[in-house]
Design a protein around this ligand. Structure first.
Ligand code: UDX
Length: 455
């Protein structure tokens, strides 16, 4: 039952990428259910359709960044353009919202932690700001350790040291560190340092994770930062599936996935998806296709347009490939992923280990095949395979024989059974933490009290 409105408005500002929009909108749903009125400021780049979220008020800012004129190939360049172009329109929009006395008073801004200018804007407007970190707590902790990693020579990464273990962050290897090198390392290091300063100056930090998953890291973060830290995740499980869960998907989700899954045996299907940004080349795409075909397991494969740069969709597949599958494979452009992972036919998730995908898989007790592509995905994958031990990494990257072998290990062999048992245990812990008295439940209560304490 929805609680009475609290007479306070929260302004939320998501970063306009799918992996960041989803958790911010989920958080908005949670806080709305808890009685806050929600205003979303969104950019005209990757904007959501407000009519899918009639319980929120939307304001769009025009930032002069078009999809055709931007590429996700250089994420740092894209991010710095986004930050530079959003600053002034955001400041104007926020000032306008704060001066509107016809609405409930605004308690605070909740913004994605990757914007680098929001602290200076809220300071000038005297508004408290809480940050949402959409990645894992562990990846946040690693960014905080960057000065040490540079001092020890782990960063910038050198090819000769990629397989070396980072002893201070075991079991991570140098190759797992979340590091983006575009035109030299300094731009990335500066971004990370700026975000660190902004975090320190904020009124709190929210993580989409749960204590049982990252207890040790969360404790360390709480020790190192003198701001309140809230771990409320997994967000998407915090509210009933049929309540406020209208899609925040930027692409249309192909519902044929569900009717196809309905025809498959229990736990038999490999679900394959590499999120909203990852790109692979044609040779890698073909190895995946042949690895799946020769595994003889049924599969549901999301081939997002743009996954193979230069191709519209399935053209790189040899002609007749789809026919040879004999109905064993179903290929779509975009899936209703949470529904898919919750379907009883899905037995394994072959993922790029974006944080949302990793968490969504754990929440449904689905073991993973890890194929990280960039940024925090490598370390998420290392945690999945070596810390929580709920998945396997492909040992030889994109190689059809290795793919087939890894699928067999997970689906058929004893090792797979042990991995399944462990992920089911984590799934139960994820559900438990949301129940009354559970860690995320308590953290949400603490967040609400914290917000209500702002004058
Ligand atoms: C990016 C980064 O890759 C990730 O590492 C970071 O933590 C967040 O930003 P993305 O690559 O899109 O995100 O991956 P992920 O974090 O997994 O988010 C993808 C979201 O899209 C998930 O919530 C998933 O449910 C959804 N999705 C994906 C669909 O709805 N349909 C699909 O077919 C595929």
């Amino acid at each position: 039952m929805e609680q009475l409105r609290k007479g306070r408005r929260l302004i939320l500002f998501p970063l306009p990428f799918q992996g960041h929009i989803n958790p911010m909108l989920e958080l908005a749903n949670i806080l709305h259910l808890k009685g806050f009125s929600i205003t979303i400021i969104q950019t005209n780049y990757n904007s959501l359709n407000p009519s899918n979220h009639p319980h929120f008020t939307f304001h769009s800012i025009h930032i002069g960044l078009s999809k055709s004129g931007t590429s996700t190939k250089d994420p740092l360049l894209l991010l710095s353009r986004l930050n530079a172009k959003s600053r002034e329109p955001f400041r104007e929009c926020l000032a306008m919202l704060l001066s509107d006395v016809s609405k409930e008073p605004v308690a605070c801004l909740i913004t994605d932690s990757v914007y680098d200018f929001t602290q200076s804007v809220v300071e000038s407007l005297k508004l408290p700001m809480i940050l949402l970190r959409t990645g894992s707590a562990s990846s946040f902790a690693i960014y905080a350790a960057f000065p040490l990693l540079r001092e020890k020579g782990y960063l910038p990464k050198q090819d000769s040291r990629l397989e070396e273990e980072v002893t201070e962050l075991s079991p991570l290897k140098v190759k797992d560190l979340p590091y983006i090198n575009s035109d030299g390392p300094e731009r990335f290091f500066k971004l990370i340092a700026d975000l660190e300063t902004q975090t320190m100056a904020s009124h709190g930090l929210i993580f989409n994770t749960f204590e049982d998953l990252e207890e040790h890291t969360l404790a360390t973060i709480r020790q190192d930062y003198c701001i309140p830290i809230f771990s409320l995740g997994p967000f998407h499980k915090c509210y009933p599936a049929n309540s406020c869960s209208t899609s925040s998907s930027l692409l249309a989700q192909d519902q044929s996935c569900i009717s196809w899954l309905n025809t498959q045996a229990q736990k038999s299907v490999i679900y394959v998806s590499f999120g909203s940004i990852a790109a692979i080349d044609k040779a890698q795409f073909l190895e995946i296709a042949w690895g799946l075909a020769t595994s003889k397991q049924p599969f549901l494969w999301v081939v997002r347009p743009g996954l193979v740069p230069g191709s519209d969709w399935l053209e790189p597949l040899p002609s007749g490939f789809v026919e040879t599958l004999n109905g064993k494979g179903h290929i779509v452009k975009w899936a209703p992923q949470k529904e898919v992972l919750a379907h009883q036919a899905v037995g394994v998730f072959w993922t790029h280990n974006g944080w949302n995908s990793t968490l969504e898989s754990i929440c449904e007790g689905v073991p993973m095949i890890c194929m990280p592509c960039s940024s925090d995905q490598m370390m998420n994958a290392r945690y999945v395979s070596d810390v929580w031990k709920v998945g396997l990494q492909l040992q030889h990257g994109f190689e059809r024989g290795d793919i087939e072998k890894t699928i067999r290990k997970l689906m058929v062999e004893k090792q797979g059974k042990e991995i399944k048992d462990r992920v089911l245990k984590l799934m139960h812990k994820a559900n438990f933490c949301l129940k009354q008295g559970g860690s995320s439940y308590q953290s949400l209560d603490a967040l609400i009290k914290h917000i209500l304490s702002f004058r």
